[in-house]
Design a protein around this ligand. Structure first.
Ligand code: NAD
Ligand code: TDX
Length: 379
C-alpha cells in the first residue's frame, strides 16, 4: 500500500497524473491518493470529481503554503510520496504579478518539504544529519524553463546551469534550489523532473494550443507573439505522467531527470497545423461543425468552414523576455529508467483537438469566472 499526496491535481498535468495512477497504472493495487489543491482559476474540481471516491482518492481544498494543514495531512496519513504539481504556471500572468509566483511556487514548495521533514525524520546519524523513514520521496515537478533559453542548436541536460528569465521560471528555479538544498543539508529523499511543454486533455485555454483551438471555435483571431519563431519542445501529457511515476518509484533519490520527446516546433507552425487539422476534421465530418460557436451557412445551407484558414492568425506584441528556444535531452531518464515518449505529436495533436471538441462543457466551465475576467484584461 502506497499513499500519495498529490498537490495541484485539479489542474492540467496533476489531474492527468492521478487519472493515470488510479485508472491505468495501479488499477488493481492498493494505493491511496490524497489531493491537495487550492482551486485557483486554474483548478477545476469538475475535472477530477469522478476520480474522488473517498476510498482510494480523497480531495482536500487548501493551500500548499498552509503549515497547519500540511502538518495535519501528514499526521492523519502515512504519506509515502509527495508529488508537488501545485504552482502558478502561466508565464504571462507571472509578468503581471511576480509576487504571487514567488509566494506560491517557492514558499509553497518549502512548506511542503518542511511538513514532510517533520513527519519523516526518525533521528540523527553520527555526523548529525537527519535519518529518514525508509521508502519516502518528495518529488518536485519542475520545468525546462529553469534552464533559460537556447540558441538555434544544443539541448538542455541535467547539468546545464539554471538561468531563468521570467518571474515564473525564476520562481520554479528557486524552488528547485530549495529542493536540492534540502537534499544536501538534511539528506532528504527528493527528486526533480524538468519537463518540456505539455499538451493534451484538461489543458487550460490560456496556454497556446488550447487557446488556439478555443479561439478558432469562436471565430476569433489567433494571437501569435512576435513572428512566432520561438521554439518549444512538445510532449503529450500522459508521457510526462508516466515519467513522473517512474522517477518517484524507481528514480535515484537526490537526482534530477529531464523529460522531453525531441519534438521541437516553432509556434507559428503549431498554430498553422492546429488550424489545418481542425479544418480537415470538420471537412471530413459534418457533425463536428456543430461544435463551432461561429456558424455561417454556405451556398448549400451547410455550416461554412472556408474561413478556418491562416488568415485568422494575428501577430501581436511579443512576450517580454520571451525565451527563443527550449529543447530537452532526455538521455538520462531513457537509459536509467527505460522511459520513452509513446505518443507521436501527429497523433497527440489530433487526440487533443478531438478532446477539446468533445468537451465543450468543460471549456465553458473553466473559461467563465476568474478566467473570463483575466481574458478581458489581456485581450
Ligand atoms: P495548472 O496551472 O494547470 O494547475 C496548477 C494547479 O495548482 C491548479 O489546480 C491550482 O488550483 C493549483 N494551485 C495553485 N496554487 C496553489 C496553492 N497555493 N495551493 C494549492 N494548490 C494550488 O498547471 P499545470 O500546467 O498542470 O502544471 C503543473 C506543474 O507542472 C507546475 O508546477 C508547472 O510548473 C509544471 N510544468 C508544467 C508544464 C506545462 O507544460 N504545463 C511543463 C513542465 C512543468
Ligand atoms: O496567445 C499566445 N500566443 C503565443 O504566441 C500564447 C498564450 C502563447 N504564445 C507563445 C508563447 C510561447 O513561446 O507560445 C509558446 C507557448 O506558450 P504557453 O502555452 O504560454 O507556454 P510556455 O510559456 O512555453 O510555458 C509552458 O510550458 C512550460 C507552461 O505554461 C509552463 O508552466 C511550463 O513550465
Amino acid at each position: 500500500m502506497k499513499t500519495y499526496l498529490v498537490t495541484g491535481a485539479a489542474g492540467f498535468i496533476g489531474s492527468n497524473f492521478i487519472k493515470y495512477l488510479l485508472h491505468k497504472k495501479y488499477v488493481n493495487e492498493d494505493i491511496k491518493v490524497i489531493i491537495l489543491d487550492a482551486l485557483t482559476y486554474a483548478g477545476n474540481l469538475g475535472t477530477i470529481k469522478d476520480d474522488i471516491d473517498n476510498e482510494r482518492c480523497f480531495f482536500v481544498k487548501g493551500d500548499i503554503r498552509d503549515r497547519e494543514l500540511a502538518d495535519k495531512l501528514f499526521a492523519e496519513n502515512d504519506i509515502d510520496y509527495v508529488v508537488n504539481f501545485a504552482a502558478e504556471s502561466h508565464v504571462d500572468r507571472s509578468i503581471e504579478d511576480p509576487q504571487l509566483f514567488l509566494s506560491v511556487n517557492i514558499l509553497g514548495t518549502q512548506n511542503l518539504m518542511d511538513a514532510a521533514r517533520r513527519a519523516w525524520v526518525t533521528g540523527k546519524d553520527a555526523q548529525g544529519y537527519p535519518t529518514w523513514k525508509p521508502g519516502k520521496r518528495y518529488h518536485q515537478v519542475s520545468t525546462d524553463e529553469v534552464y533559460g533559453a537556447l540558441g538555434q542548436t544544443g539541448y538542455f541536460t541535467e547539468t546545464t546551469p539554471l538561468c531563468p528569465h521570467s518571474p515564473y521560471s525564476a520562481s520554479k528555479a528557486s524552488a528547485d534550489f530549495f529542493v536540492q538544498a534540502y537534499r544536501d543539508t538534511y539528506h532528504m529523499p527528493v527528486s526533480i523532473t524538468r519537463c518540456s511543454n505539455n499538451y493534451g486533455p484538461y489543458h487550460f485555454p490560456e496556454k497556446l494550443i488550447p487557446l488556439i483551438i478555443n479561439n478558432i471555435l469562436h471565430g476569433k483571431k489567433l494571437p501569435v507573439y512576435g513572428e512566432g519563431l520561438n521554439v518549444r519542445d512538445w510532449l503529450y501529457v500522459e508521457d510526462h505522467c508516466k515519467a513522473i511515476d517512474l522517477v518517484v518509484r524507481e528514480g535515484r533519490a537526490g537526482e534530477v531527470y529531464n523529460v522531453g520527446g525531441h519534438n521541437e516546433m516553432k509556434n507559428i507552425d503549431i498554430v498553422k497545423l492546429t488550424i489545418k487539422t481542425i479544418h480537415d476534421m470538420m471537412a471530413a465530418d459534418k457533425n463536428l461543425r456543430q461544435v463551432l460557436k461561429k456558424q455561417v451557412k454556405d451556398a448549400n445551407g451547410d455550416i461554412d468552414i472556408s474561413w478556418i484558414n491562416d488568415s485568422l492568425i494575428e501577430h501581436v506584441a511579443d512576450r517580454l523576455g520571451h525565451d527563443a528556444r527550449y529543447a530537452i535531452d532526455p538521455t538520462k531518464i531513457k537509459t536509467e529508467l527505460g522511459w520513452y515518449p509513446e505518443t507521436k505529436f501527429a497523433d497527440g495533436i489530433v487526440k487533443t483537438i478531438k478532446w477539446n471538441l468533445e468537451n465543450q462543457k468543460w471549456i465553458e466551465e473553466v473559461t467563465s469566472g476568474d478566467y473570463q475576467k483575466y481574458y478581458d484584461i489581456m485581450y
